[in-house]
Design a protein around this ligand. Sequence first.
Ligand SMILES: *Cc1c(COP(=O)(O)O)cnc(C)c1O
Length: 422
Amino acid sequence: MDHFCLKNGELHAEDVALATIAEAVGTPVYVYSRATLERHLQVFREGLVGAGLGDPLIAYSVKANPNGALLAVLAKQGAGADVVSAGELLRAVAAGIPAEKIVFSGVGKTAAEMRIALEHGIYQFNLESEPEAEMLSAIASEMGKVANVAYRINPDVDALTHAKISTGKAENKFGIPYESSLVAYAALAKMPALRIQGVDVHIGSQLTTLAPFEAAFTRLGVLIGQLRDAGHTIETADLGGGLGVPYDPSEPLPPSPAEYGAMVQRVTAGWNVRLLFEPGRVIAGNAGVLLSQVIRVKQGATTPFVIVDAAMNDLVRPAMYEAWHDIRAVRPRNSQIEASVVGPICETGDTFATGRTMDAVEAGDLIAFATAGAYGANMATTYNSRPLVPEVLVSGDKWAVVRARPPIEALIAGDSIPDWLE
Ligand SMILES: *Cc1c(COP(=O)(O)O)cnc(C)c1O
């Protein structure tokens, strides 16, 4: 459920007409709903707590949407953070998320990033290889600190999602192979300045069925028993993120947080650990839209092209993952057309929808790409010398720009021409 609804025939974010924001800020622009964001975190938490899972750490995956205002909203609701770079870590801390609620994931943590995370005293490092563990051990020793660690286990489970966001198959770069876990933990236990805290798994994103989660968590449960038998203390199990959101209304709904929680409860009963979760998309996805204006409609060989002022540089998911975003007119005319929706960028990949039956629109109309709150603004680039897309946060009848559109001059000024070219 979200708070982007028609009121008096016009699409609103909570109590603010999207047209008001478009007029003041210009388009394209991302618009987020605070109420939706808070609700999603609450529903996710209730799905776990309601299933009897105690007081888990919900570490919001910052990479889904790292805007400081969104992080501040989630921080106030008690969320922790799952970060994959020092930049994300510093953003999370700046937004008020305490270090003791931060976990650090990723295969390529650098020495500099490890130092920053150790300085802050984060809750847990999710390690992904033995060389990484050795590096962290050496740095922590040198700093006189102890790092709490878990290995990310690659359970060799197919998440049944898009190949580019599937992370739990043996051939993926993520985690340590399930079969070598016992050997890897034995080596970990001997490394100075590391304290084994738990285990971790994250098999992919936009999962629309529970079976892959269940298969991965079941394997993790077996491993916890084996690790304890081998003398290791396992206090935490980080079950990652990945729960999908509805993008295409014609597709079956993904499992709800309550269904997910019930499955987790069943699989983890008796584990005797603190559970950690790293949801990203399910928190932020439906809390944002990308608002855009139709530049013109051009006749095509089959269907018309609706050319809009947003492009693949602003929202890359359709070009990168063949993703579907629902497209709605901000002031629907109560008629429909079949059209392809494209941006101005000089690539055929700059296509948001092909042969889509959608609200009829004309030049000058506003449209909203739904479910754009996660992996949207944050993956934007300046390709085709288009300034980074701005972001707005709505709360009730209030709204504010939470990241401004940089002027094109800033883009130009960012380059420098060496003297020796003159
Ligand atoms: C991306 C990522 C997540 C979040 O995935 P969602 O599908 O957005 O929930 C969680 N954990 C790790 C390690 C990730 O890389």
